[in-house]
Design a protein around this ligand. Structure first.
Ligand SMILES: [Fe+2]
Length: 285
């Protein structure tokens, strides 16, 4: 008989949040947004859900940026993205420097990643592929006030039912919250001044939809009853005290939401007129 192999079964577990599907940032100019997210970052404009010149959905692997037209919103922290090749990314970013003149667009290499500033000042950090992801949005980091990480962990574990922990690393203390399989939302404590919340949001899918709803209703925290499959909340509070710790609107969706596991189209951004290979237009993340 062969020896029994040992497996860590708990490594496979995720909590009630299954995924963080999109981050919504309003933009004042769709043309410049397309130049940045499609031509520069190499992501794909969703071809099906198309709002003409009023909105743009940008597919990045199994995640999206939603970019409705309005005054620019700025994520209070930074957003991590994974791209198939940092070398290709550098070439594309150099290619948009000229048309981006007069905007806040900038990029620089920082150790293992490339720090890219969007035309309206959003801080996006691009990493090369890893074992889990070759294209997508693996995490985002929100700046929060000192002494809030413990309460934020209590909120996400007790109200949303997702694993969360306080981490203490060389950047200080943060709440690390599971957003499902290979995705995290971090709340990083900082002494620096945090800009006022401007309404940007993110969307999550949850397995149990009604328990978080009931817990949010009990605390008066539901901000929108969108429809049968979705509700929203904005305030993150300490469940022990009710004190608001930060704000970030969450679109909470059930797995019965019609867009759950929607197949997102991704192009192979390495293809160009000059190196074109027939049959290689699609990128499978
Ligand atoms: Fe949304």
């Amino acid at each position: 008989m062969s020896e029994a192999r040992e497996f860590d079964r708990a490594e496979e577990d995720i909590g009630n949040i299954l995924s963080m599907e999109h981050i919504n940032l309003t933009v004042p100019d769709q043309q410049i947004a397309a130049l940045f997210y499609v031509t520069g970052l190499g992501f794909t404009r969703d071809p099906y859900i198309d709002f003409g010149t009023f909105n743009m959905w940008i597919n990045a692997g199994e995640q999206q940026f939603h970019l409705p037209k309005r005054d620019a919103q700025k994520f209070r922290g930074h957003i991590g993205v994974i791209v198939p090749s940092l070398e290709d990314l550098k070439r594309r970013l150099n290619g948009i420097v000229k048309p981006m003149a007069g905007t806040e667009f900038a990029w620089e290499e920082q150790g293992d990643h490339i720090r890219v500033t969007c035309p309206w000042g959003n801080d996006i950090r691009a990493y090369g592929p890893n074992d889990e992801m070759s294209l997508g949005i693996p995490w985002a980091v929100l700046d929060v006030a000192p002494d809030t990480a413990d309460g934020i962990v209590r909120f996400y574990t007790q109200v949303l039912g997702t694993p969360a922990e306080v981490i203490d690393d060389n950047e200080g203390r943060a709440a690390k919250v599971s957003m499902g399989d290979g995705q995290w939302l971090y709340f990083r404590e900082t002494d620096a001044e945090i800009p006022a919340y401007d309404g940007h949001h993110l969307a999550i899918y949850v397995s149990n939809f009604s328990n978080p709803h009931a817990a949010l209703v009990e605390r008066g925290l539901i901000s929108e009853e969108s429809d049968q499959h979705q509700y929203r909340f904005v305030s993150i509070v300490d469940p022990d005290t009710g004190k608001e710790l930060t704000e970030i609107e969450h679109e909470v969706r059930s797995v019965k939401h019609p867009m759950f596991k929607r197949n997102l189209v991704n192009r192979n951004a390495a293809q160009s007129f000059f190196n074109y290979k027939n049959g290689r237009d699609v990128f499978v993340p």
